[in-house]
Design a protein around this ligand. Structure first.
Ligand code: FRU
Length: 549
């Protein structure tokens, strides 16, 4: 283990650390309850980068890495720590070494088959695309702590949507701001990322502007466009660009969230954008800010009378707060889009939710997915308590991959959600009891009640009410619910007809429930003190499969 560094306190609120010439990582000790200090990298008197870090004052909760590789060998490299009292414990506990796994904590709530960051904070999935057999996932990332801040884009890749390889950071903050959410497109073999740069103004509030970056190596590294930003406005909450090629009009379209509406633009080259129209006024739920949009066509084949196919456009609109059970959630609209304007086919007051759990947000689809699939991932948390959930060195996971389609009930067309077929490939041996990573199938014939529990008396109760056509999940006694008043709750979903089979995916701290036909999805976090290893079912037949991870 490397030795602590020499710290020369310069002034009460400013300390200067001189790293050694060897050792790629400078490990910064973090105390989550400490206020944010500033950690600055200074080379020869020039400020190269600066991050907000909760440097430990009295106790060390975990470590984060400051990667010194880009600065090694530079003249007069100094790390300046501000707003941290000089006697703070962090100065005695700094470590420098080459061990990327230094002080990694084996956490009981780290999911086994869901995507998570190894360390640090994660929120929205960003820039997801498929190319040459690889699924690429970027995400909102704070490398310097397990709470939101210092937004970067980090990158992971997978060939099966389940096993993810950590590819490191892809976009770092610059003078235009920190890297907020956005999307990637694949254009003639190149990958182009469009994202929001967000920065505080000296006069209060934030400025958000849209920028682009190019990758010639399939998304591993990006070069930011020198003409950034490419789209600016004076509006507050102007973010989360989703560009896509629209073959119908042979142009690029862009959908962007602005306050409580979605704006649509068009472009010949992804650099110059023409405003086309806005959608949202009086439509759907307006309990919060509209964020992370997506817009794509889905086709529906009606069996009767002659296998007719209908193409409809779906506009995904993530909203925070305003979700059906408080906080964040994903609503959507079904309609038509002609390259200029989105027209919703429902009455304005109709609100449709993609998932009726509390922990399903920022859902967007993979660009360029094969076989005309519309595969999505959601961030499995809720802004009401995402920063407080009881994990330590990392926070948040993504949902399992899901594929979208359309179905009709009465006069309305809805989006169906099923676990992606890749989830079948990881089905393992049959198990007698639930395990910490399993899939539970329940064949139901009418009313059903499912209770998952452990020896500590912690339990999750699920009920399917065939008469009311609802499914609900009660996590009020599921384990640790103490970290937020908004956490204990019962979530209820419409099932739009009868359910024949339920599919439940358990992974240590999450339960994702689906109607196997796709008419209902519900995603909820749970933090049991030990895994639920008992299941009682009334009104259904249970089969349990282990999941191979
Ligand atoms: C949604 C969101 C986005 C924003 C990002 C910042 O969760 O608020 O609108 O770009 O998170 O991390």
């Amino acid at each position: 283990m490397a030795k602590a560094q020499t710290v020369i306190p310069q002034a009460c609120e400013q300390s200067i650390v001189t790293p050694k010439n060897t050792g790629r990582y400078l490990w910064l000790p973090i105390q989550e309850s400490a206020p944010e200090g500033k950690v600055q990298v200074i080379v020869n008197g020039m400020l190269l980068m600066e991050q907000n870090v909760r440097m430990a004052r009295e106790q060390v909760d975990y470590y984060v890495a400051l990667d010194l590789q880009p600065y090694h060998g530079k003249e007069a490299l100094r790390i300046c720590v501000q707003n941290v009292p000089t006697g703070s414990v962090c100065f005695k506990k700094l470590v420098q070494n080459d061990d990327a796994d230094y002080a990694l904590i084996d956490e009981k709530f780290r999911p086994l088959y869901h995507h998570t960051p190894k360390r640090g904070w994660m929120n929205d999935p960003n820039g997801m695309f498929y190319k040459d057999g690889t699924w690429n996932l970027y995400y909102q990332y704070n490398p310097y702590g397990s709470m939101w801040g210092n937004m970067h884009w980090a990158h992971s890749t997978s060939t099966d949507l389940i096993h993810w390889k950590n590819e490191g950071v892809a976009l770092t903050p610059d003078v235009w701001g920190t890297m907020f959410s956005g999307s990637c497109v694949v254009d003639r073999g190149n990958v182009v990322a469009m994202y929001t740069a967000s920065r505080p103004t000296p006069f209060g509030g934030d400025v958000q502007a849209q920028c682009i970056a190019f990758s010639n190596d399939g998304g591993k590294t990006f070069t930011k466009y020198e003409g950034n930003p490419v789209l600016t406005a004076e509006d507050k909450d102007f973010r989360d660009p989703r560009p896509f090629w629209n073959e119908d009009v042979k142009a690029w379209n862009l959908i962007l969230a602005v306050g409580q509406e979605m704006r649509i633009y068009s472009s010949p080259d992804l650099k110059t954008w023409k405003y086309e129209s806005s959608f949202g006024k009086e439509y759907g739920n307006h309990g919060g800010v509209w964020e992370c949009p997506d817009l794509f066509p889905l086709t529906q084949t009606t069996k009767q009378p002659n296998d007719q196919t209908t193409k409809k456009w779906v506009l995904l609109c993530n909203i925070n707060p305003g979700g059906p059970f408080g906080g964040s959630a994903t609503q959507y609209f079904v309609g038509q889009f002609d390259g200029h304007k989105f027209t919703c086919e429902s009455m304005p007051k109709v609100t449709k939710w993609l998932d009726y759990g509390k922990d399903h947000y920022a859902t967007v689809s993979f660009y360029n997915a094969p076989d005309n699939r519309h595969t999505v991932l959601a961030w499995m948390s809720n802004w009401q308590y995402a920063n407080q959930v009881p994990t330590k060195q990392f926070r948040s996971a993504n949902s399992i991959p899901r594929d979208l389609g359309l179905f009709t009930c009465g006069e309305e067309t809805y989006v169906s959600v099923v676990p992606s077929k890749e989830m079948l490939a990881v089905r393992g041996a049959k198990a007698k009891k639930p395990t910490e990573a399993c899939e539970i199938l329940v064949d139901v014939k009418g009313q059903a009640e499912i209770v998952l529990s452990n020896a500590k008396g912690e339990q999750v109760i699920m009920k399917y009410d065939a008469a009311k056509q609802t499914f609900c999940m009660d996590r009020t006694k599921s384990g640790d619910v103490s970290f937020s008043e908004a956490f204990p709750c019962v979530t209820t979903a419409p099932t739009y007809g009868q359910i024949k089979q339920l599919r439940l995916f358990i992974d240590r701290c999450s339960i994702e429930a689906f109607d196997a036909d796709g008419k209902m999805a519900m995603t909820n976090l749970v933090f049991p003190s030990e895994p639920y290893n008992n299941i009682k079912v009334k009104g259904g037949k249970v089969t349990i499969y282990e999941i191979k991870y």
